[in-house]
Design a protein around this ligand. Structure first.
Ligand code: MN
Length: 408
């Protein structure tokens, strides 16, 4: 282990040769079955709502929780009950409306927080306290031993309140790894059913998260969750790296919403696991685009057109070469079908559209045409495109019908 600077630790692997990973998409059976067992827990209603300017109403929270349940998310972190009695009653309503999924509540290692989580009806309480030296010194003003003792007491108290406790360290990626392991193991000894690491600042990399998870899992015999942030855009890659290294739960949010650059996107993590790693985590991916739209709507945010999988451009083809090929066979330029993630295909034609794409469109719809008719239609589409910027395929077919009628 090497201390790189005052705040960042990286575990240096003694074996520097690249890890032996089988072909993409072809994982060994054991790794595959290990990865099937991953819990995807959604924190849109808690960490997602911590995004500046976002506030969901209790009715919206209930609706989002139900949509998550409907999509197959079995653990929903619905809030931070210590915030207020309104948060407690909102959570109680969420809990009462869920029939298949469990509700999780965030809690500091403080008895009153744990009491609030019990009042809210939480099934599992996510206890957390920071463990990095910088947080200990400037935020908690505590020593390591005190942090460890408070965590142990909180786990025991949560158990006495009938809650399943999970213990997480905040700012794990800047925590001295040996202390991190000692802290989490103390939590397990006290009765924590799950331990968690957090990349609070989003500074982890696929390699460092993998090393850290392996280092901890060697000695910790409990499900390990990862709560990661996306400050460098590595969130999804880090989460996948974490589960490949043995993590058994991943915190996600719809649209990756959350503080600063946000959290791991539910859509991206679940879809990458399913379509690129052949690992179905039980989430109905066809529900992902509608879910992304409900949440962005309630959050008062618009989805970026280029947002992977759920954005309006994710399956939008405009360039002539792409559009013509997609009309013949969508797999030429689509990694999965839009229906696989609940999105829709859009093909736009316009002033740059040539014979090739318009011929492909007519042929794909089984329309008979002569080469003169094609010439006329292409110039009509170019003219229409210059006026309207884009012309959808239905309009082109309408134009063709009208043209035929006018010529008869
Ligand atoms: Mn967070």
């Amino acid at each position: 282990m090497e201390r790189l600077n005052d705040n960042v630790y990286h575990i240096v692997q003694t074996n520097t040769s690249p890890p032996q990973i089988p072909d993409t998409n072809k994982y060994s059976l054991s790794l595959h079955s290990l990865m099937q067992n991953i819990i995807v827990y959604d924190t849109t209603l808690r960490d997602g709502e911590q995004m500046p300017g976002v506030s969901f109403s209790p009715a919206q929270k209930r609706e989002i929780a139900l949509a998550l349940e409907e999509a197959g998310i079995r653990e929903i972190e619905a809030g931070f009950p210590a915030i207020s009695s309104a948060e407690v009653s909102m959570m109680r309503e969420v809990k009462n409306s869920l029939s298949k999924s469990r509700m999780l509540a965030l809690s500091r290692v403080v008895e009153s927080d744990i009491d609030a989580a019990a009042d809210a009806g939480a099934d599992l309480v996510l206890l957390f306290i920071a463990t990095s030296d910088i947080h200990l010194k400037y935020k908690l003003h505590m020593g390591r031993q005190e942090v460890l003792e408070r965590a142990v007491e909180a786990v025991e108290y949560a158990k006495s309140r009938g809650l399943e406790p999970s213990i997480s360290s905040e700012d794990s990626t800047r925590t001295e790894p040996e202390f991190l392991k000692k802290f989490l193991m103390a939590g397990v000894d006290a009765g924590a059913v799950r331990v968690g690491i957090t990349d609070t600042l989003g500074i982890g990399t696929p390699e460092s998260i993998s090393s850290l998870v392996k280092f901890l899992k060697k000695d910790i015999n409990a499900r390990l969750s990862v709560h990661l942030h996306n400050d460098f855009g590595l969130g999804t890659a880090n989460a996948i790296s974490g589960v490949k290294a043995g993590a058994g739960a991943v915190a996600v949010t719809v649209n990756g919403m959350g503080e600063r650059a946000g959290n791991i996107s539910l859509e991206q993590f679940v879809s990458a696991m399913k379509f690129l790693y052949d690992t179905d985590l039980g989430v109905d991916t066809a529900k992902l685009t509608p879910l992304a739209r409900i949440v962005s709507d309630y959050a008062g945010l618009s989805l970026h057109p280029n947002q992977p999988l759920v954005g309006s451009n994710a399956f939008h083809h405009e360039s002539g070469i792409h559009a013509a090929a997609v009309l013949e066979n969508p797999s030429t330029y689509e990694p999965v079908s839009p229906e696989d993630v609940g999105n829709t295909r859009r093909i736009s034609l316009g002033k740059h559209s040539g014979h090739r794409v318009i011929r492909a469109l007519l042929e794909s719809r089984g329309v008979d045409f002569s080469s003169d008719e094609l010439d006329m239609l292409v110039s009509a589409v170019k003219k229409e495109g210059a006026r309207n910027r884009t012309v959808n395929p239905e309009t082109v077919l309408e134009m063709f019908k009208r043209m035929k009628m006018d010529n008869n």
